[in-house]
Design a protein around this ligand. Sequence first.
Ligand code: 3EB
Length: 337
Amino acid sequence: MTPTIGLRSAFHDSGISGSNDGVRLAEIEFGLKSSLELTEAGHPLLRIPMSSNGFDEFTEIWTVDEPIVTGQIDEITYAHTAEYLFAATVIPEQDGYADAALAAYRSIFKLTSNLDFPNLFRVWNFIGGIVDPNAAGEEIYRDFVVGRSEAFKNYQDGLGKIPAATGIGTRSRGIAIAVLASRTLRPQHVENSRQLPAYEYPREYGPKSPNFARATILQDPQRPGSQPLFVSGTASILGHETVHRDDIVRQTQTVLENIEHLISAENIAGQGLSGGHKLTDLHGLKVYVKHEEHLDTVREIVSEAVGPDAEVRYLNVDVCREDLLVEIEGLVPANQI
Ligand code: 3EB
């Protein structure tokens, strides 16, 4: 048996019942509905509307090797094993999001602290109307980032441990946040030398800089060489600037080049870490496409670049800057080293 770190994800397409290997820790359904609940089987199910005509409808299923404990507290729905925690919360549509984002992240940090999962390694921020104005005329993403930033001031020892993340639009309103955290496995924070760290973005992108790393590697000291790598949502940004505005082909190529460099041995070794991967090692890719009419073009470029068994799904949502047309996330599974 291939050694694994005991946490896996797979995509199951809607209407097709998937295999049942392992225990389900959580499911995120990317389709047409919005909700957050505990299923009859016991684990959290978060539904995010992100699909449209021609795009995919699927469920991302996180499985573990041990039984789970689940609960709901402070508007958070969660499940955990001895090593992993999944937690999710939903912020309803409102006039402004900074206070609500601060409260939501404070609740998340309170939970991770109380349950003893200090290592946040992967976060998704699903932000309805991401580039639309709030009631005060500020962009919803920037407003959200202000609240998140306040909450992260009290998170652990700061930048060394910020999680990989995605900040992306949805096809509804309000914000959903989902996180994965570990108890003993330490996430290593990876930056991309082609891009300015997001936490150093200049003020032109908002009053506060985003709190996320370009990737995290989850280190298992018991099984060196089998650590998974989580790639954050990656866009056509070089340094801190959007490149190839209005050019979907070149934006998609730039995103892939960014990820290719991010996961390369050269970039990872430059940060004192070990491991090096190719685009064909990636699995579980989500490709966020802003304009429906770009789907075929993006699909052609992405399928050519990744492996035939990569598992790629396409969603139709806005990206966090008006001029970004596409964003891609994914992971290198634990046994791909
Ligand atoms: C970027 O590189 C694109 O705010 O959590 C990607 C991943 C992006 C995460 C976030 C935003 C976030 O800045 C946007």
